[in-house]
Design a binder for this molecule. Structure first.
Ligand SMILES: [Zn+2]
Ligand SMILES: [Zn+2]
Length: 171
């Protein structure tokens, strides 16, 4: 099994590399970054000024056999019935997508905090990868598979799987 991170739109190479290292330290399998795609126009909703998460996820296509892939987007993502989503996964495709937009302190008018941003992004990527491995949400609020309704939930949980969830991941 290997994990691939793909930038969706404009994401700094340095950010992708740092996320690769962090996500790789949670999953003990090979992890690489690959070219994603840059044209997000098909998923843009001008009324919401957001991007349709499911459309971008579908554009990533199906992961290879023995692969799980995550698109990493800088833009804000939504699904029709929600104001926004941190991410979304498709277990059949073996693919997920995560938005970095609302993980930055600057989004809320606060001072930038790179370490906190990377920690949050790692949690959200690991969470969506967990879904691609068939995991559901976990009631343990420290577990990375706990559902994040808000950023406060993301900050409470840790970047790794609890003792109940970890054995369910078969690499
Ligand atoms: Zn989830
Ligand atoms: Zn758990």
């Amino acid at each position: 099994m290997k994990i691939t991170l793909k930038p969706v739109g404009d994401v700094a190479d340095g950010t992708m590399e740092k996320l690769k290292d962090r996500v790789g330290s949670v999953f003990h399998c090979p992890i690489e970054t690959k070219t994603g795609f840059g044209d997000l126009a098909q998923a843009y909703d001008p009324e919401r000024n957001q991007y349709d998460s499911s459309k971008l996820l579908a554009s990533l296509g199906k992961a290879e056999r023995e692969e799980r892939a995550v698109g990493v987007a800088a833009v804000d993502l939504y699904v029709p019935r929600l104001h926004f989503v941190f991410g979304e996964a498709d277990i059949d495709l073996g693919t997920a997508i995560v938005s970095l937009c609302r993980l930055r302190q600057d989004y809320y008018g606060l001072d930038p905090d790179e370490a906190l941003f990377l920690e949050r992004a790692t949690k959200e990527i690991v969470h969506e990868l967990g879904h691609t491995f068939g995991l559901e949400h976990c009631p343990n609020n420290k577990c990375v598979m706990h559902f994040s309704n808000s950023l406060a939930d993301t900050d409470v949980k840790e970047a790794h799987f609890c003792d109940k969830c970890r054995p369910k991941i078969i690499l």
